[in-house]
Design a protein around this ligand. Sequence first.
Ligand code: IDP
Ligand code: MG
Length: 153
Amino acid sequence: MAEPRERTFIMIKPDGVQRGLVGEIIQRFEKKGFKLVALKQVWASEQLLQQHYADLASRPFFPGLVKYMSSGPVVPMVWEGLNAVKTGRVMLGATNPADSAPGTIRGDLCIHVGRNITHGSDSVESAKKEISLWFTDKEIVGWTPANDNWVYE
Ligand code: IDP
Ligand code: MG
């Protein structure tokens, strides 16, 4: 039986969009071999972002986080593949770019924890929640890439 291909929710934050890094970040996931199944650009409301970051509501940086995330358009995406959640987090690098390894998205492209350009789900469970918060079922497109047998044994 084929190994399960999970889905993760990856989002380019307003600083990633403003700095012209949308293509670079998408390219890293594409080149890796993950499959893009949903993508859009939205200027999210504070209410949506408060829901998205609900588990951080008691943290001192929460109001600033919501303000930053609602300060301009974001690019939410769903990527699918084997271990997409865990590998997606590895590709992003540590939350604080000061600790993100070179070669990771945050390690290569940003400096400050409050401007760390990308979001990625931290578990399969939160990926499911985040995907349904940001996308309708209709916006998620199932398809088989022509190179599938060259990415997976
Ligand atoms: P994650 O994005 O790597 O999952 P979380 O701990 O879930 O990290 O925090 C969510 C986001 O909140 C971070 O990506 C970052 O934008 C912001 N954040 C986390 N810690 C701090 C902080 O100490 N100061 C400012 N912003 C922070
Ligand atoms: Mg998180």
